[in-house]
Write a protein that binds this ligand. Structure first.
Ligand code: GDP
Ligand code: MN
Length: 391
């Protein structure tokens, strides 16, 4: 077999191969499908629910939790209930989980956001988007409606599943001792996260964490990263986050007690799991380690002074805290959100973006590339991964 197959399968195999009838009467996990949305996104949400029900949940009946920082209106709730027979709960996010905490200097934060808008950074000028990213980074798993669950599957408006998912991904993740599952990895817009890696790297260093093999998915030796490094002549990228973002004094729970400049010659390659699809253990997010990570990142002010997404936050936390064995690449799940998609029948489309250890994607080694192509050419999603997969 090609070397690439060995590399991928050493850590992570496709869970189920062979045409499979939906596993309707197997055991169920303590899991929930989570959708954050606003009333005006109803149409996109309906599209997502239809796809989710058609390709998975009509057999599995996992409950949904809808969350909103505002109130869902009657139309929203009734329409949702018309599209699924699974249990549904609607929840409101209170201000402790959404918006500015009391230790932040709101004027400085707003000024930071305004400047990102002026710089035309994607979503950078939109305050609500910053709040959303921070909520998905450090709070969703603390919401009261999620407390009773061990697993979650994130769903967004305007997504589409291409393939029938005829097995239970939660159960298989549980059995395989997986913590976090993804289907697409992409590169972040670097202007949204100029300082994120300094802090993530500092977290790892101050906690004496050594890589378990996943950190290398995101970290590159500085010398090997010329093509993706931040522009040297752009002082904006070199400047650490300003301390005046914090309303409390340094050393009193304010500025993280780390030197974010000391990065030991590594740079962020901008890779991240695209978190609008995410199947993960909630107890990992609830762990002390994850929350220490979030708190340190949060205290830097990066959720406002930059536009840190929850995707690079989750990914760098995984890089610092998990091993490749704990991650599952759902290469058999066909998924699209707006313009980016992963199609199992055409998986190489994803490989410029996914990174080792899940795919040998960035290699310039011709021999390895050939092996990789061979791997995917012999991999038939319909034959090997159940029914109904057409992208
Ligand atoms: P994109 O996928 O990065 O373009 O961002 P989206 O606009 O899809 O936002 C990501 C998720 O957060 C989606 O589920 C949105 O419905 C949700 N979201 C974004 N902003 C808000 C907000 O201000 N309020 C609520 N309730 N949901 C939001
Ligand atoms: Mn979206």
């Amino acid at each position: 077999p090609p070397a690439i197959r060995k590399i991928s399968e050493q850590y992570d195999k496709v869970f189920v191969t062979g045409c499979l009838e939906p596993q309707t009467n197997g055991p169920r996990a303590n899991a929930v499908l989570v959708i954050l949305a606003r009333n005006q996104e109803l149409e996109g949400v309906v599209q997502s629910i239809k796809s989710m029900e058609r390709h998975f949940n009509r057999w599995f009946h996992y409950p949904y939790v809808f969350l909103n920082d505002g109130d869902f209106n009657t139309t929203f709730k009734e329409t949702i209930l018309n599209h699924t027979s699974a249990p549904v709960e609607f929840g409101k996010i209170d201000p402790t989980m959404w918006g500015y905490p009391d230790w932040v200097n709101i004027d400085t934060a707003r000024e930071g956001i305004r400047k990102q808008g002026d710089a035309a950074i994607m979503y950078g000028g939109m305050e609500s988007y910053h709040h959303m990213c921070r909520f998905y980074s450090g709070f969703f798993y603390k919401h009261e409606l999620l407390q009773k669950y061990d697993w979650y599957w994130r769903i967004e408006p305007e997504i589409k599943y291409f393939c029938d998912i005829t097995y239970d991904p939660f159960i298989h993740m549980e059995r395989a001792n997986k913590t976090y599952g993804f289907t697409i990895a992409v590169k972040e817009l670097k202007e949204t996260v100029p300082n994120i890696f300094r802090y993530a790297s500092a977290y790892k260093r101050v906690n004496n964490l050594t890589s378990q093999g996943l950190w290398e998915m995101f970290a590159e030796p500085a010398s090997a990263a010329e093509d993706i490094s931040l522009p040297e002549d752009n002082p904006k990228y070199k400047k650490p986050l300003p301390e005046e973002i914090l309303s409390s004094e340094p050393g009193q729970g304010g500025v993280p007690d780390v030197d974010p400049e000391a990065m030991e010659g590594e740079t962020y390659n901008m890779c991240h799991f695209w978190s609008n699809f995410e199947i993960a253990r909630l107890d990992w997010f609830r762990s002390k380690e994850y929350n220490d990570f979030f708190d340190m990142m949060d205290r830097s002010g990066g959720f406002w002074m930059e536009r840190w997404g929850d995707a690079p936050i989750h990914s760098l936390a995984a890089g610092a805290l998990l091993a490749p064995q704990n991650i599952h690449y759902f290469r058999d799940i066909g998924y699209r959100h707006t313009t980016i998609q992963h199609c199992p029948a055409n998986a190489p489309g994803n490989r410029q973006l996914a990174r080792p250890p899940f795919l040998e994607v960035t290699t310039k080694d011709e021999k390895k590339r050939k092996e990789e192509d061979e791997y995917w050419e012999t991999w038939d999603p319909v034959k090997e991964n159940g029914v109904g997969c057409r992208c």
